[in-house]
Ligand binder design. Sequence first.
Ligand SMILES: [Zn+2]
Length: 169
Amino acid sequence: MGLFDDDKRTKRTLGIRDKQILYRNAKGRCQNPACNKKIEFDEMQVGHKTAWSKGGSTTLRNSVCLCYRCNKLQGNDSWAVFMRKQGIEDPKKNMKQSLEKLTLQQLKRLAVEHQVKVTGRVEQYLFSSQRLAPTKREYINKLSKVLTVSDLNSVRKEPSKAGKTKSCP
Ligand SMILES: [Zn+2]
């Protein structure tokens, strides 16, 4: 009896509603970047980012929309391993590297454009505290979680638009 109590853990497939959301979020395409094949809803395989056999739960967060071939290809590998095996770099890592090339000014502008709130550290004093201005590192960490590589194109394409009035010190 107790075996089947934990529904989240024992359930191996998503419910129909979650599947529809997953399919819609994936825009009807296989989410393996190396594939990106258009698939029918009926064809969709629900892959796990962390394999079910390794404790990954069957939730929308842990799911990816895959075609039959890619689902087979991934096997029991986690999503990160699967990507590495295909020679695809962690997009988040790439993202950080790209962000590091930007100036603090550009990072600030990105944060404003995309309504990303970046807050600095709070320095505690004896009777008060003060919030410090966010550092470049804090901007990068926060932005890399929210933005995608294509969001950076706007910064690269028009670097001088806002910067023209005032050149770098
Ligand atoms: Zn595929």
